[in-house]
Design a protein around this ligand. Sequence first.
Ligand SMILES: Cc1cc2nc3c(=O)[nH]c(=O)nc-3n(C[C@H](O)[C@H](O)[C@H](O)COP(=O)(O)OP(=O)(O)OC[C@H]3O[C@@H](n4cnc5c(N)ncnc54)[C@H](O)[C@@H]3O)c2cc1C
Length: 484
Amino acid sequence: MNHYDVIIIGGGITGTAIAHELSKYKLTVALLERGSDIGIGATKGNGGVVHPGYDPTPGSLKAKINVKGANAYPQLAKELNFGLINPGIFVLGFNEADRAVLRHKLDNGKKNGVRDLAIIDAQTIHAREPHLSAEARFALHAPTATVVDPFEVAIAFAENATENGVAILTGQPVTAIEKTANGFVITTARAQFSCGYIVNAAGNHADDVAKLAGIAEYTIKPRHGDLLVFDKDMANKPQTVMFPCPGPDTKGIACIPTVHGNTLVGSTATMKDDKEAVNNYAPGIQALLDGAKKILPQLDESRIIRSFAGLRPVVLDYNNDFFIAESVTVKGFIHAAGIQSPGIASAPAIAETVRDLLDNAGLRILPKGDYNPYRQKKTVFAKLGIGQQDALIQKNPAYGRIVCRCETVTEGEIVDAIHGAIPAHTLDAIKRRTRAGMGRCQGGFCQYKLIAILARELGLSADAICLEDAGSQLLCGAVKGGAK
Ligand SMILES: Cc1cc2nc3c(=O)[nH]c(=O)nc-3n(C[C@H](O)[C@H](O)[C@H](O)COP(=O)(O)OP(=O)(O)OC[C@H]3O[C@@H](n4cnc5c(N)ncnc54)[C@H](O)[C@@H]3O)c2cc1C
């Protein structure tokens, strides 16, 4: 049985950020993720806005962690080589009642330490956003707000953590936890591990995982949200993240420019019972369209290329705050739970908070001399100049074969992803790393090629290749008596 100082359960943005943080120290660390890849819970179903921190109630844990986490992003993006844009946020006001709410948010933000917030006038917002509704009269402007691709960040955290010695193990659903004299024994569907400390970052299942260790300190329910993706070539695209004036429980439906040049519209917010139900619902889609058109009245629905949904893990009766603490009943068991929005923005600071909790719980945390903060830049063929593309193709002709024509992704990049530091063994894992299948045709033209490449590289038959988790094969056999 392998022993680690710390085992993290859950490989979303929270778990991978913690793995990245702990990899800076002289510790043995493993991360156990139940899914076939990391970042496939709430981390793949959200808006990717690095909220600067004017929303959380001053004094709450979320307020402190949100601002600190958001401030860490620009430097992390440089070190870990992930995409980050800085469009800023407008929270739009349409009437005098909105002005009072926005003043309150401005005040919140200042108390929380958010830099450069201001309420700006109609002329300024319409000059930057010419397609914005004429009804918008002023806005709270948060110029420091950034946007990331959340699963790219989780992959970057995990790859760098691996580079620095952390074991990232996918396909390991934790099914039992036993407290021992010196720590814990964890059983997964495949193996057993022992460790001194557990960090529970299991998202919507954090309460279920805690129960395995005999802990019943909170209950989690998912808050469902629908989102829409618009094509890159959409006319009248927003340059700024634009939210309406928020209601008491929701930030409202926003128009969000993405790192890759698409526009997102999201999100709805509905409490659910089912922790796996990431379906889209018609009323939700309608609410998205109605909400977005209040901001961009000419929004072109024909440019929608995808809808998706995510589930925010909400700790019930906890004032919408994060639950990050050592268990009061089982020592050495740290909760990083209830990481609802803005969990992406907050992840770097959640990781530091968990490190300090482990320190307080008795773990010796000493910096590593040979920690490497940099993640190697991956080849993105579409972003190279013609000369560089040519040289690459001369070295390896696989970079000359375009597989995904919408996003110009080559076979070389797909093979790199399949054999990468956190290997991509499913279609969606390849999509998250390379964008093959993310474009206008959504895989209609390249999916069969990706299946063939995966099957060849992994030595499997095509009908064994999955979209995501086990059981999601796309093919069930040959037609017309053809060979497999
Ligand atoms: C619609 C929507 C919009 C959002 N927009 C934003 C935004 O714009 N900005 C922002 O900052 N935040 C946003 N969020 C919030 C953000 O997505 C979450 O806070 C964040 O992704 C939570 O990450 P996590 O790692 O805690 O959970 P998850 O990503 O869900 O990860 C938990 C992991 O634990 C694994 N797991 C569960 N049980 C087990 C087990 N027994 N054994 C092993 N592994 C297990 C799961 O498979 C999963 O991968 C949004 C969320 C939603 C749903």
